[in-house]
Design a protein around this ligand. Structure first.
Ligand SMILES: *[C@@H]1O[C@H](CO)[C@@H](O)[C@H](O)[C@H]1NC(C)=O
Ligand SMILES: *[C@@H]1O[C@H](CO)[C@@H](O)[C@H](O)[C@H]1NC(C)=O
Ligand SMILES: *[C@@H]1O[C@H](CO)[C@@H](O)[C@H](O)[C@H]1NC(C)=O
Ligand SMILES: *[C@@H]1O[C@H](CO)[C@@H](O)[C@H](O)[C@H]1NC(C)=O
Ligand SMILES: *[C@@H]1O[C@H](CO)[C@@H](O)[C@H](O)[C@H]1NC(C)=O
Ligand SMILES: *[C@@H]1O[C@H](CO)[C@@H](O)[C@H](O)[C@H]1NC(C)=O
Ligand SMILES: *[C@@H]1O[C@H](CO)[C@@H](O)[C@H](O)[C@H]1NC(C)=O
Ligand SMILES: *[C@@H]1O[C@H](CO)[C@@H](O)[C@H](O)[C@H]1NC(C)=O
Length: 798
């Protein structure tokens, strides 16, 4: 066991131990080609010049080297040959100095240092040491938190944001302010409503998370004209993205259980069906160039030391074209706390030292390090680090925070914001009628709260207060001293303000002091006296009360939903630098909201019914735990997954659909059993293994829907398509999303939306033995909330 773990640890190509070594090197930024010898991480000289690339003969000449003698700079050779040449010239000591996030370079052979760690979750961020802002580039466009952008259900928006972020990243790289390798996005599935990192994710549905990942990664990585390069290992990259944290990671710190020590007990069924699916889509559909393994253990084994999860699955089954990185300091955690490596290895404190010793002692093959380095250099070659990138060379300062980019950030917030309540069609307000507004609440003047975590410095902020002040007369009261709202004495002044206003906008919610990395929630309520603030302000308000919630996770606001004095409710996630702008546009009808909740909003009592550490998605009967997510929870919700209203109404009509899927089996495709509920009808051939089938056009089916806007306002509608397995199959999902589209439909008009689906993906179920099976019999396809559905019969014939 120990031996296996040690070897696989080395396939986590980057130990981030060196992040600690380099804490004093906060001035080490970007792409400086400084060649000071390692290991002297501090002090590091300031960046001397704008970007240049490695294989520049003049650069070599400056170093007293002749570039022609280094094959790794021969651009006529394949990347594999060049990377091997580079690695083969290094001594063992030199090699181990390249496998931390700060790669020291090898001055002797002209290889500069490189900082691997940059972040770009929803805009270029300065969280990693590879990126920084200063007078030259004071900020970058800060898009809404991913959970809100996901709520737009607009794939082209997701990709578009990735393209803008990578353009700004490239521009900053050219100016020596950023790296080329971004450890984003976070594609863990939201299993529990208390999780502190919901803000970073795309919600609770694995297919949606995987679809978001694919689009965002393609937006970051793809270079026009090279999306489908023949050799994917040498496909050029705009920047390199990283899907993280692999896998089954979604406990940060819950009542003393922290992510470093948490051992997620996960069944193979949940692993395949829920936790791995987005990663599989990210690697296979998004062709991401990096995957990061997580802090936690899965069934006793640290994910970063599990050869089955890393080597067999990511490289073997999914054929990753890129590198695998460990989460920051998770190797140290394995060593220190799990004693996983400490058992029979003198690993010391730093990975660099450990690796060298381990090789010398014959415990690790140097060849393993070579392999890792080859993966790393091929990614850098694809990024133009060695040869330059003519198509991006011209990007500079003027390409960051452009008006178009800021407008896209506003558009993302507008598209994501979800209308949860609109009694008597109170919204939109007309600016002629509502001239004096009370803008109230702890988030009424939100600025940095709107950009959440893994953010950079935004170009600017438009707070709700700014935006409403631009429309009418505004009186402002915080109502609470901060989001925790421990002091009720500020409620009274807020009530006074609401008493005199034509309308009251109450902006409340959570922030990073409630839900964050390393901090899970303990309940699903608004903090402190916020509920009291809302009720008391609503009780005395002269005009309509519009409640705006900023949060990532769901909040039990049943009290507001049922309070007739609160006419409208909006969920605004963490809406990014232009959040206030987007909220005001929606309140005053410049934009008709169309966002949908990407997570279930449970009632508060849900948090009392099961511990956060219980991993199963399905209910655990003998412990009384309910199921998780819309797929397995059948109780009452505050708002269900997929919920969202509009200022207009839409109706659907299925215009064409296939009613059966006839699959001819050959003699090598055997019928498989499925677990059925007691007494349920069992077909003669219950199912066939998906892996045994071609899954080609024969398995495709189409659904065509006509959406009519029957109201009086133009608007966007998100069409969700679900499948439901045949009745009688035990412990399977109630339904699952198999497709979605956001369409714009003018008032009185209609739009056709066509979905081409594949039975292997859209109708399959994962059995508790880990087989993915296509069941025969009567599946159901549902469009929208289920009001429209039709049967789809799967028949197997020999
Ligand atoms: C890079 O070049 C630009 C314009 O040529 C200049 O304004 C900027 O200061 C340079 N950056 C550095 C780090 O020298
Ligand atoms: C989807 O997003 C794009 C921006 O990338 C936008 O142009 C388009 O209008 C959006 N579609 C809908 C239906 O809102
Ligand atoms: C790592 O090894 C170097 C060289 O042998 C040594 O000087 C250094 O103290 C070691 N670092 C630690 C933290 O053990
Ligand atoms: C709103 O917030 C900004 C930024 O924090 C601050 O400068 C401004 O004074 C605040 N406005 C009011 C009215 O408190
Ligand atoms: C509550 O807020 C009021 C008004 O700002 C202040 O005078 C009082 O000291 C605060 N009380 C506490 C306990 O912080
Ligand atoms: C509400 O405010 C009062 C003091 O003003 C405080 O004692 C109480 O704990 C607060 N309530 C909550 C739920 O935080
Ligand atoms: C909606 O309008 C009706 C009739 O004017 C009124 O009785 C009712 O209280 C209103 N409801 C809300 C939530 O404003
Ligand atoms: C949508 O339809 C419902 C039910 O028919 C109706 O009560 C409501 O007024 C309509 N809303 C709009 C915006 O047309």
């Amino acid at each position: 066991m120990a031996k296996i773990s040690r070897l696989s640890l080395l396939t986590c190509h980057l130990s981030l131990f060196l992040a600690f070594l380099s804490t004093s090197t906060t001035t080490t930024r970007g792409v400086s080609l400084d060649l000071s010898p390692y290991p002297s991480p501090s002090p590091v000289p300031k960046i001397k010049s704008n970007f240049t690339y490695v294989c520049d003969p003049l650069r070599f000449a400056d170093l007293g080297l002749d570039m022609a003698t280094f094959s790794y700079c021969d651009s006529s050779l394949p990347y594999t040959v060049r990377a091997k040449d580079l690695v083969d010239q290094m001594t063992l000591t030199e090699k181990v100095h390249q496998i931390g996030n700060l790669a020291y370079g090898v001055p002797r052979i002209g290889l500069p240092k490189y900082e691997w760690w940059s972040e770009a979750l929803h805009g270029v961020s300065d969280v990693g040491p590879g990126t920084h802002f200063d007078d030259l580039v004071p900020g970058a466009t800060s898009f809404p938190a991913v959970i809100l952008t996901t709520a737009s259900f607009n794939e082209s928006l997701w990709k578009n944001i990735g393209q803008v972020v990578s353009t700004e990243a490239r521009a900053m790289y050219n100016l020596g302010r950023a790296g080329l390798t971004y450890w984003s996005p976070n594609i863990n599935v939201v299993r529990d409503p208390r999780w502190g990192r919901i803000t970073e994710t795309s919600g609770e549905d694995p297919y949606i998370v995987g679809t978001y990942a694919t689009n965002y990664v393609r937006g970051l990585q793809d270079v026009e004209g090279h999306k489908n390069a023949k050799d994917l290992n040498s496909r050029p990259l705009k920047v390199s993205a990283c899907c993280k944290h692999y896998a089954a990671y979604d406990v940060d710190n819950w009542l003393g259980v922290d992510r470093f020590h948490f051992d997620a007990r996960v069944t193979e069924q949940d692993m395949l069906e829920t936790f791995l699916r987005p990663f599989q889509m990210c690697v296979k559909d998004g062709d991401v160039s990096s995957v990061m393994c997580s802090y936690n253990r899965v069934n006793g084994i640290p994910t970063c030391a599990d050869p089955k999860l890393l080597k067999d699955t990511i490289r073997g089954e999914w054929d990753l074209h890129g590198y695998i990185v460990s989460d920051c300091d998770s190797i140290e955690v394995i060593v220190k706390d799990h004693k996983w490596l400490g058992m029979d290895l003198d690993c010391g404190v730093y990975y660099t030292n450990f690796t060298e010793n381990a090789v010398m002692q014959g415990k690790v093959r140097e060849n393993e390090i070579d392999k890792s380095l080859n993966y790393l250099y091929i990614v850098l070659m694809r990024l133009g680090f060695f040869d330059g990138s003519p198509s991006f060379m011209s990007l500079g300062k003027e390409d960051v925070c452009t008006d178009e980019h800021i407008e896209l950030a506003t558009e993302a917030a507008r598209e994501g914001i979800v209308l949860l309540k609109n009694a008597n069609e109170t919204l939109p307000l007309s600016s002629d009628k509502f001239k004096n507004l009370a803008v109230v609440g702890p988030h009424a003047n939100a600025t940095n709260i709107m950009i959440g975590n893994y953010a950079g410095i935004p170009c600017k902020y438009t707070s709700p207060l700014d935006a409403f002040s631009a429309i009418g007369g505004v009186t402002y009261a915080t109502g609470c001293d901060d989001v925790l709202c421990k002091n009720e004495s500020l409620i009274f002044p807020a009530m006074q303000v609401a008493k005199n206003a034509d309308a009251t906008i109450l902006v409340v919610g959570l922030d990073l002091s409630i839900e964050a990395e390393s901090m899970d929630r303990v309940d699903l309520l608004l903090p402190g006296n916020q509920t009291q603030l809302i009720n008391q302000v609503a009780a005395v308000a002269k005009g309509p009360v519009i409640l705006v919630i900023m949060s990532a996770g769901g909040v039990d606001i049943s009290f507001a939903k049922s309070n007739p004095k609160i006419q409208a409710i909006l969920w605004a996630g963490y809406p990014g630098e232009e959040g206030g702008h987007a909220i005001a546009d929606i309140v005053f009808g410049k934009y008709n909201p169309g966002g949908r909740l990407p997570i279930t909003w449970y009632e508060a009592d849900y948090a009392n019914q099961l511990p956060m550490t219980s991993m199963p998605l399905r209910s655990v009967e003998h412990l009384g735990y309910p199921g998780r997510t819309y797929k397995f929870f059948n109780g009452v919700t505050v708002y269900p997954f997929g919920y969202g209203l509009s200022y207009t109404n839409f109706t659907y009509q299925i215009t064409s659909s296939q009613r059966s899927l006839n699959v001819k089996l050959d003699k090598y495709q055997h019928c498989r059993d499925l677990t059925f509920e007691d007494g349920a009808y069992r077909p003669a051939c219950p199912a066939v293994l998906v892996n045994d089938m071609s899954c080609n056009e024969e398995f495709e089916f189409e659904v065509e829907v006509e959406v009519q806007n029957v109201g009086s306002k133009d608007g966007d509608e998100v069409i969700m398509v679900y499948s439901k397995p045949p009745t009688g199959i035990a412990r399977t999902h109630a339904k699952q999303v198999i497709g979605f589209q956001r369409v714009f439909v003018p008032a009185g008009g209609s739009k056709m939306a066509k979905f081409t689906l594949n039975g292997c993906k859209s109708l399959s179920v994962v059995e508790n033995n880990g087989y993915t099976l296509l069941p025969s019999g009567g599946h159901t396809i549902m469009v929208g909330d289920g009001a429209i559905s039709f049967p789809l019969h799967v028949n197997f014939r020999y």
